[in-house]
Ligand binder design. Structure first.
Ligand code: COA
Length: 315
């Protein structure tokens, strides 16, 4: 597969650490050194599907393709206002797409999981062009009175169009199932038969465990896929790491022994936008003209599950 175009879309409201300090006992002095986050885009009057459609249209335009050229739409999403149909169906309706579409819920590594699925469609000859849209609103999953989680997240959508080609040089998906490390429970409607106790619980996170998992699996998987692909760390032009936390990104970079210029970051003004983070970063870097043909990008992301994924993609 080959990357043909990218797009992204963000909520207009930006909430700074000082804005949070108006109703939480927190501020720059705690948040910046521990996370690198200064401000984040937060959904207010927008709908997630509109951000997703905006990102998708920009990616199609960037690729020079029409909706009729797309054979498959994959949406990566954890929560949105619909239980059914899937976000991909809502988005397909908005875009005028009539191809197969489905959602995946793989949390933060969702973009790379979607790339792996797209790759299978290309290899089996079932698709010529695939649109991946990662749209997330984690700010609707947290308790805004819980300063240990709500300060970390931001919302947004990132999209990428892939066509046939042999530019995907390696991909690895892995899991260390531990559902209690990052979780949120919702309550379904009652029935006459439900007798068990059910609770609605906002996001709970064991931050230190997630931190360790993120750094160790990312470093292990990046070394693994580069070895398999016969590419040395020095030959990689950019490491596109899930923007969860600057300390996690720095921890990965230091263990790989790579300089800062090869690790683009946008965490300071986005926060963690779950699976949208990698394609938003990709789009911002592409639009700045950072990449040239033949550049080698390594993607790595990790999150709830616990799941992780890494990929090597040539521009
Ligand atoms: N502002 C001020 N104080 C805060 C705070 C905030 N926003 N959030 C937590 N604190 C306090 C805690 O209450 C605690 O206080 P106490 O010692 O009086 O009880 C103290 O800061 C230390 O909390 P702790 O949880 O030990 O901090 P930490 O150094 O582990 O950092 C994270 C917390 C969340 C920043 C860190 O664990 C982390 O980055 N984890 C990874 C999270 C992540 O990226 N998840 C998504 C992955 S996809």
């Amino acid at each position: 597969m080959k990357l043909l175009g990218t797009g992204s879309s963000l909520p207009h409201l930006q909430v700074s650490n000082s804005d949070l300090a108006k109703f939480l006992d927190t501020g720059d002095e705690w948040i910046v050194p521990r996370t690198g986050i200064r401000t984040r885009h937060v959904i207010s009057d927008e709908n997630l599907e509109d951000l997703a459609a905006d990102a998708a249209k920009k990616a199609l335009e960037d690729a020079g393709l029409n909706v009729s050229d797309i054979d498959l739409l994959i949406c990566s999403n954890v929560v949105n206002e619909y239980v059914t149909p899937s976000l991909s169906c809502v988005l397909a309706y908005k875009l005028g797409l009539a191809c197969p579409c489905f959602d995946i819920n793989c949390a933060c590594p969702g973009f790379i999981y979607a790339m792996d699925m797209a790759d299978s469609y290309f290899r089996s000859g079932k698709a010529g062009n695939v649109l991946i849209v990662c749209a997330e609103e984690p700010t609707r999953m947290v308790d805004w009175k819980d300063r240990s989680t709500c300060v970390l997240f931001g919302d947004g959508a990132g999209a990428a169009v892939f066509g046939k080609g042999d530019n995907l040089k390696g991909i690895r998906l892995s899991s260390e199932p531990a559902p209690d490390k990052i979780c949120e429970y919702r309550k379904l409607l009652p029935t006459p038969y439900i007798s068990k106790e059910e609770n609605e619980v906002p996001m709970l996170m064991k931050g230190k465990d997630v931190f360790r998992f993120a750094v160790t699996t990312s470093v292990r998987d990046i070394h693994g896929i580069l070895d398999e692909a016969g590419i040395s760390i020095e030959d990689v032009d950019y490491f596109m790491i899930h923007q969860a936390n600057l300390r996690i990104i720095d921890g990965i970079r230091e263990r790989l022994g790579v300089t800062e210029e090869k690790f683009p970051v946008n965490i300071a003004d986005h926060g963690n936008s779950s699976s949208a983070s990698c394609p938003i970063l990709l789009d911002e870097c592409r639009r700045k003209g950072m990449f040239k043909e033949g550049d080698i990008l390594v993607f790595s992301a990790f999150g709830a599950g616990l799941l992780s994924a890494s990929a090597v993609l040539m521009c």
